[in-house]
Design a protein around this ligand. Structure first.
Ligand SMILES: [Zn+2]
Length: 215
């Protein structure tokens, strides 16, 4: 079985990649600097960071953002490394429906809330039931656009698990649109990504869409 680390790249390429990673880590500011940035923001909106209610806010905000962006420390591909083959020849759609999804928009840093539906057509092997949701979280807990998130989740499952096809549908509300800008509450955005048999078999993709609507 190919692991997510069998990328086929030369050692030179891997070393170059490590160097780039180390570089971006080197310029990563400290927690203290991040808290100072929140202090600047508080003063910029017209607040007094020293008043009682705001003492501790910079450190709380940074702790919250550590959670919101925990996906940068995740390797979603790794979550699909363990597979099971004892499924009695089961070869039909495996679908996880109504997975609660929380992310943040990379343009305004405000929440994106919604649900994701993820399905795949297994080829010999399946993954543990929670793993699809973990892959979603690994990518969602970063700064995102919904389009990118949808593509990343589908492509990760396709490339690592290598099923016959993957379908991902995300239905989400963007606070940058509902609470500011055009202010259209209740509007949701739907994005889909189909790979393999979901792309070529209309009946199958229709079954997937129908199953997202089951009560
Ligand atoms: Zn936005």
């Amino acid at each position: 079985m190919m692991t997510p680390y069998d990328t086929g790249e030369t050692k030179e390429a891997t070393d170059a990649m490590d160097a780039t990673l180390n570089q971006s880590k080197a310029i990563r500011p400290s927690r203290q600097e991040a808290e100072q940035a929140i202090d600047v923001l508080l003063r910029w909106v017209g607040e007094d960071p020293k008043r009682e209610g705001l003492v501790g806010t910079p450190s709380r905000v940074i702790r919250a953002w550590t959670e919101f962006c925990s996906g940068y420390d995740d390797d979603p591909a790794q979550m699909l490394a363990r597979t099971f083959e004892e499924v009695q020849g089961y070869d039909d759609m495996v679908m996880l429906r109504n997975i609660k999804m929380e992310s943040h928009c990379e343009h305004h840093l405000v929440p994106i809330h919604g649900v994701a539906h993820i399905a795949y057509m297994p080829d010999q092997r399946v993954v543990g039931i929670s793993k699809l949701a973990r892959v979603l979280n690994g990518f969602a807990h970063r700064l995102q656009t919904q389009e990118t998130l949808t593509a990343q989740v589908a492509d990760c499952i396709q490339n690592v698990l290598r099923p016959r096809g993957v379908a991902v549908l995300i239905d989400a509300q963007h606070q940058c649109m509902t609470t500011r800008g055009v202010r259209k509450p209740g509007v949701s955005m739907i994005t889909t990504r189909f790979t393999g048999v979901f792309k070529t078999d209309d009946l199958l993709s229709r079954r997937f869409i129908d199953q997202t609507k089951l009560a």
